[in-house]
Write a protein of this length. Sequence first.
Length: 250
Amino acid sequence: MPRRSFGLIRKLPSGNYQASYVGPDLVRHPAPQTFTRKAFAERWLLDEKDLTARDDWMPPSLRSQRRATPTLDAWFEQVLKLRATRTRKPLAQTTIDLYRKDWRLRVSKELGAIQVTQLTPSRVTSWWAGLDPATPTQNARAYALLNSVMRDAVDDELIERNPCRLKAAGKPKPAHDAQALTIPDLMAYLEAVPANRRLPLMIAALCGLRSGEVRGLRRRDVDGTSGATMTPRRSSRYIPGRPTSSKEPP
């Protein structure tokens, strides 16, 4: 058990490291948690040494109680808010809506109520195994979101290591090989759909517009005097709980 100029570090039978020090109150105070690496324990002692020089020092156990670990649901909302309001590349509202949908449908029910520090690799594995195999793309998207949220927890030092360690979980294997329709196949398909769906589907297929752009088209967006030029000026998107709306692109 090596002695140090400040504090003490000892290796436990589990392989983890325990750090402690004698505070200004002349009582020995252990870290609220053990550390998987000695370097983490040393870093904790250095931070505590700086804190002991301050007049507002308090025992680590009391600070830990005041700084309660958030649940996964609460941490997800906190991360989402920070990403939506950051100055560099803030999240678009459509992305926020998609993240909330993926979290609500595939993460929250199973994991949302547990604390960030209680999420273990085995629990992540169990959660992943319980997802519906019929929706591989949505499952992979939800895993990538959880992985990203937990990386932020590591950066904020809520946890030491990301528990999301499944290999290739965020990269779904396609259920089938995608093949583009030939022009004759496309025309046969368009003939088979209801007449009121034919024109928007034709525009999407032949002009390369996205669904929201097609839905946002207006008569004035088509200029028949210059070789039938089409200029999409708005995009339609779905907002949960509200009618579909259109907005001018930025």
